[in-house]
Design a protein around this ligand. Structure first.
Ligand code: IPM
Ligand code: MG
Length: 360
């Protein structure tokens, strides 16, 4: 079959990791007889440098015209990069938030899995790591604090800043339905995370999630407060199957979950709307400190490409092959520096990509 993929290499390590994911996709296309056309667009700092804005209308149109979007990472070092001298709405991150909104990508899936081979890299106590974990964080991606009204004002020399956390019931319902659908195909448990002891938006969240749960008798629903969830993720991560949560809580908890897997360099993500279309990106940032040094771990991006094969193209067998290649390479002892441990073989970003492509 034939697909159109729009690629956003982006900033920092983005171009390096996307190049390796493309190698792996080429290997998949070759082996399974598919044609995948990749077209690059600019976003984030790379777009600011050329167009003065982090995302152009043309780039959005190019993304919309594809079957899926594969992204690296955007942003730079806020302390040194000139991009951060610009007003907030013109900085790199604004491009990412805008494309999510433009493409209506309200459901962000971030799987966090502890690979047997990486148990030594897991910072948790041995007995907790030994139990393993395999969870899916479902983060609402186009509402909440990151998209609510915000402003900074000054009165009598005193500055005040306000951000608004706003959700309507439809926004909550559609992400809850996705979470229950996914839980049905996994271990049948949804943990909905909120701060219902304080926030109105969380109380509405809880109410709507309970309504949705009634349609899914085979799935168990549990509510958990976000502060407790942060604790449970390091105390007993094996208890989680699907974690369903709003935008900011999901942003924070998914970084925490990824770190307990041993490295944020392993965590893939898919951002979906109501169609087969999706944007696929690693959950990590642009790591400007190691950009261009062939040190980045491309696995999160490769696994994001696998999610693209699975969710946007319905190519389960091909997605399995990519995930198997990652496990195989880890089993053979190849490691990038972020997941390196004694007795393993250190490789760079490019060599990791080559090895993965060869194992397809
Ligand atoms: C992420 C990132 C983004 C977010 C930033 C770069 C705007 O942290 O994808 O988790 O907060 O969504
Ligand atoms: Mg984040």
């Amino acid at each position: 079959m034939e697909w159109k993929i729009t690629c956003i290499p982006g900033d920092g390590i983005g171009p390096e990791i996307v190049a390796e994911a493309k190698k792996v996709l080429d290997a998949v296309a070759g082996k399974y007889g598919h044609v995948m056309h990749c077209t690059d667009i600019l976003m984030g700092g790379a777009s600011i440098d050329v167009h003065g804005v982090p995302l152009t209308k043309e780039a959005v149109e190019a993304a919309k015209s594809a079957d899926a979007v594969l992204m690296g990472s955007i942003g730079g070092d806020a302390a040194t990069s000139p991009w951060y001298q610009l007003p907030p709405n013109l900085r790199p991150e604004a491009g990412l938030l805008a494309i999510r909104k433009e493409l209506n990508l309200f459901a962000n899936l971030r799987p966090a899995v502890l690979y047997d081979e990486l148990v030594e890299a897991c910072p948790l106590k041995t007995e907790i790591a030994a139990a393993g974990f395999d969870m899916m964080i479902m983060r609402e991606l186009t509402g909440g604090l990151y998209f609510g009204e915000r402003r900074t004002t000054e009165e009598n020399g005193v500055k005040t800043a306000v951000d608004t956390l706003v959700y309507n019931e439809n926004e909550i319902r559609r992400i809850a339905v996705k979470a229950f659908e996914i839980a049905k195909k996994r271990r049948g448990k949804v943990t909905s995370v909120d701060k219902a002891n304080v926030l109105d938006s969380s109380r509405l969240w809880r109410q709507v999630v309970e309504e949705v749960a009634k349609e899914y008798k085979e799935v168990t629903l549990q509510h958990m407060l976000v502060d407790n969830c942060a604790m449970q993720l390091v105390k007993d991560p094996a208890q989680f199957d699907v974690i369903l949560t709003e935008n900011m809580f999901g942003d924070i908890l998914s970084d925490e979950a990824s770190m307990v897997t041993g490295s944020i360099g392993m965590l893939a993500s898919a951002s979906l709307n109501d169609t087969k279309f999706g944007l696929y990106e690693p959950s990590h940032g642009s790591a400007p400190d190691i950009a261009g040094k062939d040190l980045a771990n491309p696995i999160a991006t490769v696994l994001s490409a696998a999610m693209m094969l699975r969710y946007s193209f319905d190519l389960d067998e091909e997605a399995d092959a990519v995930e198997r290649a990652v496990k195989q390479i880890l089993k053979e002892g190849y490691r990038t520096s972020d997941i390196m441990s004694d007795g393993c073989r250190l490789v760079g970003c490019r060599q990791m990509g080559d090895l993965l492509a060869k194992r397809i």
